[in-house]
Design a protein around this ligand. Structure first.
Ligand code: COS
Length: 383
């Protein structure tokens, strides 16, 4: 159920204040240390950010998709590494459980996820199953009351802090493709679960991705999410939603960059005039504004459709594709407008330029989004 307009406005204003006053001032130090300080994680939890999408009956804020995207616009106004700290709890780490979990599973895990006491990760990608996610090799073979899990997952966001993994594994080795895959809730403390060191990355320092290994992990059968063979669909449904959330964050980062550009172009003088008075700079600003507005409109439209119960597989992929590519162009223009200063670390523009590059890759590359969109069109999908 949507919040009333006043509560919604208060929530968004509260997130904006938190982003401006608490997170933006520490962006550079977080990037340098490759870690978000504990106090900031605690404040995020106190604000309810880990539970944005978790139903209220389990202690979350229970936002609609539209509301979550409005919050995403705000979260993008600081280094996206901050959002990543709770992003898996809001999105891909929790939504399989929210959409497909039993009452018992939800009661057991969702309150901890909503409060931030449990960090969740989504373990789909493997060394040999990236874009081709139906090719997962991790096996979960039934042995009485348990499934025995063996395999390796790669680039798993927040794995180093996770207490619970949603793992996609093959329960039927004879069935190729998605139909042989099932989803499981795997607590970190189970014997045989191990997590590798965080990878060194191009951007979003402070957000971590690691390999996860499962070595004869005995997962109780009651931890299976959905039916046997339903795991791939669970993953795809989760990604439909996740892609919209990511698109909203792209819009937020773009707004921040546009504001920084307008300010800088107004202050910086060359040839005796402010940069903003030059038409070639104006054209860059206008292109960024237009594209960011288009992406924002697309995200809100897709989110409203999802809230109304429509299938938004195609719309979410359109929004993710367009918004992630849009913010790449906006960041590139921002570096250009700032000139030499944009290439230095002084203004944070080069950092955001690197940070946004992953948006065109994770939760489905731009190429995969195009593939999904075209397939949905062939099936009669229209706007
Ligand atoms: N919602 C519900 N079900 C879906 C679905 C969706 N969005 N997308 C696919 N499915 C179902 C299909 O209906 C099909 O079921 P049936 O066999 O009963 O018809 C099944 O899943 C297999 O689908 P499909 O044949 O389309 O699978 P493919 O392997 O050909 O392609 C793509 C799937 C490429 C679209 C998928 O693997 C994908 O999205 N890859 C990218 C993964 C990704 O985003 N990784 C990022 C890492 S997670 S951060």
């Amino acid at each position: 159920m949507a919040y009333d307009a006043e509560t919604r406005a208060q929530l968004i204003a509260g997130v904006r204040r938190f982003v401006e006053e608490r997170l933006r001032p520490i962006e550079a130090e977080v990037a340098e240390a490759d870690a978000v300080p504990e106090w900031a994680l605690k404040e995020m939890a106190a604000l309810g950010l880990y539970g944005l999408s978790i139903p209220q009956e389990f202690g979350g804020l229970g936002l609609t998709m539209e509301e979550e995207c409005l919050v995403g616009f705000e979260l993008g106004r600081c280094s996206p590494a901050f959002r990543s700290a709770f992003g898996t709890n809001v999105g891909i780490g929790s939504q399989g459980l929210v959409m497909f979990g039993t009452d018992e599973q939800k009661a057991k895990y969702l309150p901890g996820i909503a409060s931030g006491a449990i960090v969740t990760s989504f373990a789909l990608t493997e060394p040999e199953a990236g874009s081709d996610s139906a090719a997962v090799r991790t096996q979960a073979l039934r042995d009485g009351d348990v499934y025995v899990l063996n395999g390796a997952k790669r680039y798993i966001t927040n794995a180093n802090r996770a207490g619970l993994f949603t793992v996609m594994a093959r329960t039927d080795p004879d069935v190729k493709g998605g139909a042989g895959v099932s989803a499981f809730l795997v607590p970190r403390e189970l014997k045989g679960v191990s997590v590798g060191k965080p990878e060194k990355k191009m951007g979003q320092q402070g957000a971590h991705i690691c390999d996860v290994h499962f070595d004869d992990v005995r997962v109780p059968a009651e931890n299976r999410l959905g039916e046997e063979g339903e795991g791939f669909k669970v993953a795809m449904r989760v990604l439909d939603r996740g892609r919209l959330h990511i698109a909203s964050v792209c819009c937020g980062v773009a707004e921040r960059l546009i504001e920084d550009c307008v300010k800088y172009a107004g202050e910086r003088k060359q040839f005796g005039q402010a940069l903003a008075s030059f038409q070639m700079i104006q054209a860059m600003l206008a292109d960024s504004r237009t594209e960011a507005y288009a992406a924002r409109s697309m995200v809100l439209d897709a989110a409203k459709r999802r809230d109304a119960g429509e299938n938004v597989t195609m719309h979410a992929s359109c929004a993710k594709l367009y918004a992630s590519e849009m913010v790449g162009r906006v960041a590139d223009r921002a570096v250009q407008i700032f000139g030499g200063a944009g290439y230095t670390a002084d203004h944070g523009v080069e950092r955001l330029y690197r940070d946004v590059r992953i948006f065109r890759i994770y939760e489905g590359t731009s190429e995969i989004q195009r593939l999904v969109i075209a397939r949905e069109m062939m099936r009669g999908g229209s706007i």
